[in-house]
Design a protein around this ligand. Structure first.
Ligand code: MN
Length: 254
């Protein structure tokens, strides 16, 4: 018996942490049922094999191999494990830099790790990265410029909160931006998001770190962000959803 062809996705959640919810397996089934193209990121390479196996039968859920910058202080030694798995991973994340007050001290180690990951991605080619850049956008873009040529990998900046000049620099580097509901609460960020090229926009939840009414936001709730983006860009929700799915298809087919 042949399986029916998979239906195309309706929504995109390009950055969430399914393995940090209590109902990981149920969430994969939910993404499948609701047709949410979901990139579930890992914060340590140790979590990658189990995540990969759980999502393997899914048409809509993909798993990224990561080492979160906030964990680098304790887990820099896991870089070797990440490098071992990297040839088998199409998606890389969560990776990046965090220069916020709690993680500032590990910044030199974070930069070593991030640079190594970018160089490994460039060497293998064809990777798609979801990158964290809290208080470190200029730094993150500098590393990308030096270590990951545009024809060797593609970058999605997750929860971007840089300046308009930094956004223009990121666009020139070929970056996409995944937008979540929290980002759109600040008027300054709304203005910035309104100025980004439509063909570089994706959506994300960053669940379970983002909550709504005291509950971790679920991938299917990304529809709220699509509707908010649509009103910000003065198009219908359907048109915005279509544009985002189209951006995802272009990103993964390049
Ligand atoms: Mn995250």
């Amino acid at each position: 018996m042949t399986e029916p062809p998979h239906q195309p996705p309706r929504w995109v959640d390009f950055h969430c942490h399914l393995d940090l919810y209590k109902d990981h397996a149920a969430l994969i089934a939910e993404c499948e049922r609701e047709r949410v193209a979901t990139l579930t990121v890992t914060t340590t390479p140790k979590a990658w094999p189990r995540n990969r196996d759980l999502a393997a039968p899914s048409a809509h859920v993909r798993v990224a191999l990561g080492l979160h910058p906030q964990l680098v202080a304790e887990r820099e030694s896991e870089l070797a494990m990440l490098e071992r798995y990297l040839p088998d991973a199409r998606y890389i994340g969560e990776v990046g830099l965090d220069a916020g007050p709690r993680f500032y001290r590990s910044l030199p180690a974070q930069e070593r790790v991030f640079e190594r990951i970018l160089r490994a991605c460039a060497e293998h080619g064809g990777k798609i990265l979801t990158i964290h850049s809290v208080r470190a956008v200029r730094n993150v873009l500098g590393h990308i410029e030096r270590a990951l040529p545009q024809d060797r990998g593609q970058v999605v900046l997750h929860w971007f909160t840089g300046t308009p000049a930094e956004a223009r620099r990121a666009v020139a580097l070929g970056c996409y931006f995944s937008i979540n509901g929290e980002m759109l609460r600040s008027p300054k960020n709304r203005q910035l998001v309104a100025s980004l090229p439509l063909d570089r926009l994706l959506t994300e939840t960053d669940g379970p770190f983002v909550e709504r009414k005291g509950q971790p936001v679920r991938p299917r709730e990304v529809v709220r962000t699509v509707a908010d983006l649509a009103s910000l860009r003065l198009v219908s929700t359907e048109a915005m959803a279509g544009a985002i799915v189209c951006n995802l298809k272009r990103l993964v087919s390049d």
